[in-house]
Design a binder for this molecule. Sequence first.
Ligand code: ATP
Ligand code: MG
Length: 144
Amino acid sequence: MAGTKTLTIIKPGAVRNEFIGPILAKINANGFHIAALKLIRLTREQAERFYAVHREKQFFENLISFMASGQVVVAILEKENAVADYRRLMGSTDPLKAEEGTIRKMFAENIERNAVHGSDSDENAEIECDFFFARSERFSNFTD
Ligand code: ATP
Ligand code: MG
């Protein structure tokens, strides 16, 4: 059975452009419950750990510098089929390929500065939620 939560990050570019409110509004309008939320600044070390799967990619260094360049919003989003539904709402990694009405089409600057992160599997959603939030910081609508 598909899981009910996913982890999103509103990335530094979108925070700098004052898109926190519009992005959270779009998330809520699409049926997601915000179960945990905070505004933080990632250290380079945290960004490197979070994106460790991309360590060998040519864009890794730029991605880490960008993710640590300013504040981010991290949040746990809940709904049935959360991971797949949120990836559909985010749109393609490259905003030039993202569908109309998706978060990345509306708020991303380019493929690197693409406004939001979303977990890519239920397993990674669990790992990423644990990366940022203690149990006492979560307010789930589901009993899991
Ligand atoms: P995310 O993991 O942030 O939700 P994604 O799953 O759509 O995005 P990934 O392939 O996991 O895409 O890439 C992680 C992030 O690395 C992207 O969101 C983007 O910020 C950056 N990235 C990916 N591909 C490129 C690229 N070709 N050039 C620059 N940055 C890239
Ligand atoms: Mg990814």
